[in-house]
Design a binder for this molecule. Sequence first.
Ligand SMILES: C[S@@+](CC[C@H](N)C(=O)[O-])C[C@H]1O[C@@H](n2cnc3c(N)ncnc32)[C@H](O)[C@@H]1O
Length: 274
Amino acid sequence: MKIPQKLLDTLKKIGLDEKIYEERSRKCVLSKEYPGMEVVPWCENAYFVPEGLEKENNFVFDPVSLVPCLALQPEKNDRILDMCAAPGAKTHILSFLTENEADITANDVDARRIMRLRYNAKKFGIKCRIINESGRKIQGSYNKILVDVPCSGSGMVNKKEKLFRHWNSRRVKIFAKKQKKLAEHAFEILERNGILVYSTCTFQPEENEAVVDHLLDKFSDSRIEEINVNVNHARGITEWDDRRFKEEIQKCIRIYPQHNKTGGFFVAKIRKRI
Ligand SMILES: C[S@@+](CC[C@H](N)C(=O)[O-])C[C@H]1O[C@@H](n2cnc3c(N)ncnc32)[C@H](O)[C@@H]1O
């Protein structure tokens, strides 16, 4: 399958090439007991699953998904909103990290995907309140919010056929507009001193650094923080086309497939000042 030229141009400008799509994305599971498998270096209770040994009764996911959840620093007494949650990989991680004691609300706008989230929550014993509406309409207040937005998905090395078929620059623009609105609303319902983690599985700066730069402009009480997760990564970029982003955007992290043999990811951690 042919990779779209504009996507190739993006990769080249970032310093990647199409070989990244040949990198294999490894899978992992979370477990309290040591199951005799290789530990994921950035999470002590996550283990790589050997190929072909994916177990029916385990929630198996790309270990890069741990990063935004760890960046959120979830704790047992937190009120957490997972704004774009289906099918629930990150809700599962958040509930595991808080020993199922945090007050977690998992939302998604897509009714079919919510059914998968419900199924997974039941099957894997994830304790959370599930809601089905646009993230932009959610009311209430939360001290931790994960916004794992819908995106053009150029970091998904294991879904490349579908990705190449649908990728175009118009979609990138549409996603960027939607992402800004979701992130803005998330910041509005975030409590003072709370943490918002914004994440995507795309390399596209319009959907990553540009969205974070927009948030910093819009909310004078927002501040980017360093992400202390022991995963190989590159820093957020500060120049793209004719745009310059704020210097502190370098605190965001870009995870490329060759760094850890996972899918590609972008993660930003934003604090609401007291
Ligand atoms: C990247 S996926 C989320 C993956 C999920 N966090 C996980 O780890 O399993 C993005 C999700 O955003 C949802 N979405 C799209 N627009 C939305 C909106 N306006 N409000 C809430 N969710 C939305 C999509 O249905 C999709 O499930």
